[in-house]
Design a protein around this ligand. Structure first.
Ligand code: 5GP
Ligand code: MN
Length: 324
């Protein structure tokens, strides 16, 4: 059992004593990664601290509305001398491997996360797998220390919680998470507007891509596993790209009695990124972990090299082990 108070106190002290911070999150940042970097940056701004926000890959289009987003530096290189490094939403150092030197050289590393695979690297860590998102943890940290929240910070925290709970569809949408959301809504943020910006911005080309992807739909194990894929040829044909697929898994999640939804997305390298969502007790993070990836019981991903048929065969074999 983690000692929340003690850990929050220690992190609070490191923030109080720190003068120069770098905040970063994982590759291919999702809503929680982008929003938690921004929320932490906005709080440090409120506390009059010097800080730099860094992401190793560009911010996806749907999160460009977040306050402060243009101040994030997209880079895979960090300065030589780092005083305080805050790493957010990064369950596995592999996901920030280009920064491994920096982690070793930084005077103080603070690691805040909600992936159960997180081994607590860094000088100070707060890992809570019961939290829906890092943004949920940050809310509690900020509230504990009475840091001055603003509407901008509330927008970031809300967006992180919204996206990491699959818009409150997943099991991690707990009473605590909804209670925190109710406090965030007091900052006059508009859930309908945020939902629309994040989830209702598909382009016509993305729908053409979805059509191609859906035509690959296959069902297995008595219709309890659904698999679709997207390859580079489809991206080329519809003038779209890999990142345009991120929400499509939610379409196949809609299937009745489904246990696991699988979507295979081809990366530029040719390898496939395999995302899974569980609508059952099957813990897809264990399946992803067996391929070197990870995630959460209900949402996880991994990379599998090879041709699409081989990739599908490999992932299916593994899922079947967990279903039966
Ligand atoms: P997605 O399918 O949206 O890319 O990822 C689903 C969940 O799994 C997210 O919470 C994401 O942070 C986590 N995840 C994705 N890839 C990896 C990985 O390679 N390692 C770990 N530990 N978690 C991952
Ligand atoms: Mn997260």
């Amino acid at each position: 059992m983690i000692n929340r108070t003690e850990k929050f106190l220690k992190i609070g002290n490191a923030i109080k004593d720190g003068t120069d911070f770098i905040i970063l999150a994982h590759t291919n940042p999702d809503g929680d990664a982008v929003a938690s970097v921004l929320a932490m940056g906005l709080i440090l701004h409120q506390l009059d601290k010097k800080f730099t926000m860094v992401l190793p890959d560009p911010v996806p289009r749907e999160y460009l509305f977040l306050p402060g987003v243009s101040d994030i530096e997209i880079t895979r290189e960090l300065p030589e001398n780092i005083e305080t490094l805050i790493i957010l939403d990064c369950g596995d150092v592999k996901r920030i491997k280009f920064f491994s030197d920096a982690i070793e050289k930084a005077k103080t590393v603070i690691n805040i996360d909600h992936h159960y695979s997180n081994n607590g690297y860094g000088d100070l860590s707060f890992i809570d797998q019961e939290s829906s998102s890092v943004t949920e943890i940050l809310f509690e940290l900020f509230e504990y220390h009475n840091y001055p929240l603003t509407r901008e910070i509330a927008i970031c925290l809300y967006t992180g919680i919204l996206t990491d709970t699959g818009s409150f569809k997943q099991e991690n949408s707990t009473a605590k998470c909804h209670f925190i959301v109710s406090k965030l809504l007091k900052f006059q943020i508009k859930p309908n507007e945020i939902y629309s910006i994040v989830y209702e911005q598909f382009t016509f080309n993305q729908f053409k891509l979805l059509e191609l992807g859906l035509s690959t739909l296959e069902m297995f194990e008595d219709n309890s596993i659904a698999v679709i894929h997207f390859d580079n040829e489809m991206f080329l044909k519809t003038e779209t790209q890999y990142t345009d697929v991120s929400e499509f898994i939610n379409f196949i999640r809609l299937i009745k009695d489904l246990k696991v939804a699988v979507i295979c997305k081809q990366m530029k390298s040719g390898d496939f990124r395999v995302s899974m969502r569980s609508k059952s007790k099957i813990d897809v993070s264990k399946i992803a972990f067996s391929f070197g990836g990870g995630g959460h019981p209900q949402a996880a991903a991994c990379t599998i090299p090879g041709k699409i048929d081989e990739v599908k065969q490999k992932i299916l074999l593994k899922i079947k082990e967990f279903i039966n």
